[in-house]
Design a protein around this ligand. Structure first.
Ligand code: ATP
Ligand code: MG
Length: 250
């Protein structure tokens, strides 16, 4: 029996733009399990990023509940949620969200300095991650001095520096060429093989095949939920996923 990691109940979110109220998440009941690699797919504007923000407590729902194991995310104040996120959740933002006046290396170090004391060990790990992502040479650059793809990899290193139980990655390969994409996906797969849970938004079939479960969002609700059989080879997953997606107009 799988253990529940994160659960949403009757989750709703709408934005008030001043003129109109835009409903974005429309009653999502979702259970995510420990050690799963879950992918969220769906067309642009279907609510994928908003759902990740809600699940990680970065956005407050309009109504409904979110439980991270036994912790009621929907009732926790920002301070408490920040502490929990720092320790348990790594977040890769679709638009990177790096601190503009900190170097690449500093951006990666900050979340680790906030939870651990051994600075040398932290720095070694940061440089090791940068090496793996092929951005080590850029360690002293500011985010504005590098490409989007390089910022994306820096954002990835920052998300995993604390070895979080859960990594949420919003299109982490959206700006990368295929070899950099593979490097980032390999890191996520490696973490997942060690038992860490991954939730990743992607629109790429090949990237999605890293997962064992795919959720399809449409207009802020879950339209479909696919689980791959355990023993499927990558190519078999790809065929199955393409078939599954072919039935959806997106
Ligand atoms: N702060 C906001 N104020 C008003 N509307 C918003 C806000 N944030 C998101 N939306 C709207 O909510 C809907 C869902 O946005 P979201 O970013 O979650 O979509 P997405 O599925 O991640 O899309 P994409 O694939 O383009 O990243 C969109 O219609 C968007 O315009
Ligand atoms: Mg998005």
């Amino acid at each position: 029996m799988e253990e529940t990691l994160l659960q949403s109940k009757e989750l709703y979110k709408s934005y008030n733009t001043g003129k109109t109220i835009v409903p974005v998440i429309n009653g999502i009941n979702l259970t995510l399990y420990k050690s799963d690699f879950t992918v969220i797919m769906g067309s642009s504007g279907s609510g994928k990023s908003t759902l990740l923000y809600l699940l990680s407590g970065l956005e407050v729902p309009s109504s409904g509940e979110i439980w991270l194991e036994d912790k009621p995310v929907h009732t926790l104040d920002e301070k408490m949620m920040t502490l929990i996120r720092r320790k348990y959740i790594g977040f890769v933002f679709q638009d990177f969200n790096l601190v503009p006046n900190l170097t690449f290396l500093e951006n990666i170090l900050i979340p680790a300095y906030l939870v651990k004391n051994d600075r040398q060990q932290i720095k070694d790990r940061a440089l090791d991650l940068m090496q793996k992502m092929k951005i080590k040479d850029l360690k002293d650059r500011l985010p504005s001095e590098v490409s989007g793809g390089q910022q994306q990899r820096c954002s990835m290193a920052r998300a995993i520096i604390n070895n979080p139980d859960l990594v949420m990655a919003d299109e982490p390969t959206g700006n990368l060429n295929s070899s950099s994409s593979e490097a980032v996906l390999d890191i996520l797969s490696e973490l997942n093989n060690k038992g860490q849970s991954i939730v990743m938004v992607t629109h790429e079939v090949k990237s999605a095949c890293r997962a064992n479960r795919i959720i399809f969002l449409r207009d802020g609700h879950i339209e479909d939920d696919l689980r791959f059989d355990k023993d499927l080879k990558f190519e078999e997953k790809e065929v199955q996923l393409l078939k599954w997606l072919a039935g959806k107009d997106w």
